[in-house]
Design a binder for this molecule. Sequence first.
Ligand SMILES: [Zn+2]
Length: 428
Amino acid sequence: MWIGIDDTDSSTGMCTTYLAMVIAGTMDLDLIKFPRLVRLNPNIPWKTRGNAAISLNVGIGKGKKIKIGEFNSNEIYSYEYGDDSSLDERDILEKLKKIVEKYAVMDEEKTSPGIVVTRKKISEKLYWKAVRSVIDLNEIFSYLENASYFGYKYKRGLIGASSAISWKPKRKTYELLTYLPEDKWNGERFIDKKSVILMDKKIKTTFENFDYNNDHIAIKPETKTPVLFGIRGTNVNDLEMARKIVKSDPYFSYLIFETNQGTDDHLVKKKISEIKPYDSVILDCEVLEKPKTIPGGHVIFKVKDRTGEIFAAAYEKTKEFREIIKNLDVGDEIKIFGSVKKYPKTLNIEKILIKNLAEIKIKVIPICPKCGKKMESAGKNKGYRCRNCGTFTNEIKYEKIERNINPGLYQVPVIARRHLSKPVEFFR
Ligand SMILES: [Zn+2]
């Protein structure tokens, strides 16, 4: 039986993934396969924080089992398959409502939790729409005809809850999340930097652990949530070892999720004229105007394709990535992986493939062919004269400018990376 939950957090607290932990640890149900952490369209303005929903397949576990977590030091297992014939949808929904009501940040205006329980999996079509565009709440009910569900307040959580159930993990990574005891959620938390670096270097299948250029521990959430740290990886078997290397405040609960993080599932190849608000796109284009730094430290430039023009930006938070962008010049052929908010329609760059650098030439003042001294301009478009020997020339000389970048695929640093963005390392 499938459970989906979304939108229980606020901009400053909670994390919907913690509810998967509570369900796995306190309800009399087994987890079939992995719990899922599903990121949806990152550009949607009414999302609470990371736009992450969860789904779980539950039942009476059968077949092989593997340990995937602990809840207050009790082991949590994932089973190969399961039997849900003895479970009652309505009964499970009532129990889930109690959990959601206990933990969701109901006093935050935007927070509108949704719970879905269904024996029948929801069409994958919904997932692709939820990760790439905008879904109206009214559309959701047609997907829920065979489900039991409950939505609070604006009921928007039903969108994420249903979409999380509909995800088929074909492209996937994993994340191991550790959780603080409830009385520590609002306090300062400690993670030993050296141990994170050691883990990063030792466990090669983990990613986005530490930002070396910006001295930033990326496994630690920016907000005070139940999560102490989260380790992302491509090989589930390495995560337990990675967890043990990290030194931190004590924790008694952790759980491994299957996720769509690092998959680029949000990106769609589009032309400029096709880009709509909240889209994430892959755009083949040409630099139309040289990048400029604007107040705030953002680097902005104009690009074009056959269908139109659009501004692209590397914002201040992308740090050293801006230095690469500043070196772009008119005529460079590039592929941008990025997204747009509503207005202004500016493409926020996540990754860039520099395909072909334009040849940039500048006029140079010639050297006198007779005496070897540097000549002088004789006025605009009037050639050059040698002040030393009087020699005159009409010949205009150009020099090719040495470009300070090379073709290749570049990405924003770990500190500015989006959950869904596929790291450049995965392309090699
Ligand atoms: Zn001369």
